[in-house]
Every structure is written in C-alpha cells, then in structure tokens.
Design a protein around this ligand. Sequence first.
Ligand code: NDP
Length: 291
Amino acid sequence: MTAQVIDGKAFAARVRTDVAAGVAVLAAQGITPGLAVVLVGEDPASQVYVGAKGKQTVEVGMASFEHRLPGDTPEADLLALISRLNADPKVHGILVQLPLPAHVNADLVINSISPAKDVDGFHISNVGLLGTGQKSMVPCTPLGCLMMLRDHHGSLSGMNAVVVGRSNIVGKPMAQLLLGDSCTVTIGHSRSRDLPALCRTADILVAAVGRPEMITGDWVKPGATVIDVGINRVERDGKTRLVGDVHFESAAAVAGAITPVPGGVGPMTIACLLANTLTACCRAHGLPEPQ
Ligand code: NDP
C-alpha cells in the first residue's frame, strides 16, 4: 500500500471536541442547542444511525429529542409532528431519517422542515442556496468529505474532481461543494460512458454509488485522493462486513490518500450533523457562527 489513510474517526473526534466547546460557550449564556431526530419504521440500519446520533448529541452537551414512529404512521401525522418541532424553541435542528416508508412523500416531508432547522441541508431552499453559493445548511456527508479534503490538501483550487453518483443527498451537493472550492468537476453515473477512464482523470475521486467495491485500483490515477462514501453490508466468510464503493486494497496501492470503510466518511457525517446543529442554534439566537 502506498496511500496515506485518512482517519475520519480521529478527524470526527476533533470536530466533536470543537462542537462541545461551542456548546459550552452557549451554555454559559443559558442556551442549549437541541436536535430532534425523527425515525419512521423499523429499518435496522436507520435504527443504528439514529441511536448513534442521539448518543453523540448528548455527549457534546446538546439536547436530543428522539421521535420513533411506527412504520404505518400517516403522512399527515408526520407533517403535524414536524410543524410542532418547527415551532419549538428548544429544537434548533430537525432530521428526518431517510429512507421513509413508501406511503410517505419524502419530498413533501423534507420541504415541510423549517429551512433554518434543516440540519441535513435537504430542503429545497438550502439546495438552492448551496447551488448559488449563498449561506445555507450544507448536507452532512458531503460537508464531511470536503472538510477531509481541505485538511489533506489545503487549497483544492484547479484540481480535477470526479464524483461518481448523482443523488440529491450525496453526489450532487458534493459536486456543488467541490465547484465552490474551484475544482473542475465531473459527475459520473450509471449512464456514463467509460467510467474507469473518466475516474482516471481525477485528482480527487469521490465514490457514492452504493455498489460494493465497484471502483478498483485500475480506475485510480496514481497519487489521487480517493474519498469512499459507500457503506455496503456484504457477507464474507459467514460474517456481515462493511465495505465501501471502492476496492480498498487495490485502490490504496495506487492512490496518494484514501478514506477507509468503516472509519472514514461515516464518522464525519454525524460530526457534521452536530456542527450544523450548533450553527443553526447560533443563527437562531443571532450569535456569531462557529468557524
Ligand atoms: P443512491 O442510490 O441514491 O445513488 C447512487 C448513485 O450511484 C446514482 O446516481 C446512480 O446512478 C449511481 N450508480 C449506481 N450504480 C452505478 C454504476 N454501476 N455505475 C455508475 N454509477 C452508478 O445512493 P446514495 O447517494 O444515497 O448513497 C451512495 C452510497 O453512499 C451508498 O453506499 C450509501 O450507503 C452511502 N452513504 C453513506 C453515507 C455516510 O454517512 N457515509 C451517507 C449517505 C450515503 P443513476 O443516477 O444513473 O441511477
């Protein structure tokens, strides 16, 4: 292996320490940032994520409000809950865990969250603000990726970035953020022609496809930085293992730097959620935002 492994777990711990310090400053003024997480249904992966979010929210000194609703909760009840959370001054951030059950219109639900409390950054107003380079709530996973890239490279200006995946929650906002940092950005997807050749043009390669170990070392430009967003559960030797969208061993033999799975992008996502909640709280109280 030649690549430097980017330690997202350690980086996330530093981000949480900074967030906790910001929370302590607010506490001295009698303000407690609050994050409400709404989970509908029994999806096992979502249960794990929501549990981890609640635990880390409390650990940094914030208030955590968990709303676990049955899978058959009517859409109208969910909208009514969000309306109450929008009006609750103790709640500064609202996250609705995705995916939602099929009978619920996810776009309608997400767009019913007050944009100021939309700590996932998925509300159409925040999407538009990000796309036009204005102050917004930035989606947590791409934000975590950007922070690791800036930490590793300093300036990203002029670098060729290829993002594989064009989802609204990862691929598209990732591309916007890289463009905002003056990368030359290409977005690949399932209809792209000769994706391996496209990826080999990348100084920065972000994989967000949801296909276990699809991107192998021969897709990677020597010395490139590879950010693996994928979280895939696979059966190996009778055990369930987590692997990314990148084949780690072969890619690490070629890349200059790479994020592992687990321990890369995943921990940064929750850390950025907490950072966004602190930001939302500061904005709500007209206080300076954390840097
Ligand atoms: P989506 O399924 O919404 O999007 C996947 C994207 O990958 C689509 O744009 C799709 O293209 C593209 N794609 C699928 N198959 C191929 C292929 N064979 N070749 C090229 N492109 C392909 O996934 P998400 O964006 O929500 O998530 C992506 C991955 O990131 C998943 O593994 C998910 O678990 C993980 N994830 C991790 C997070 C974290 O905290 N670390 C947070 C969120 C997601 P098309 O549009 O053409 O169909």
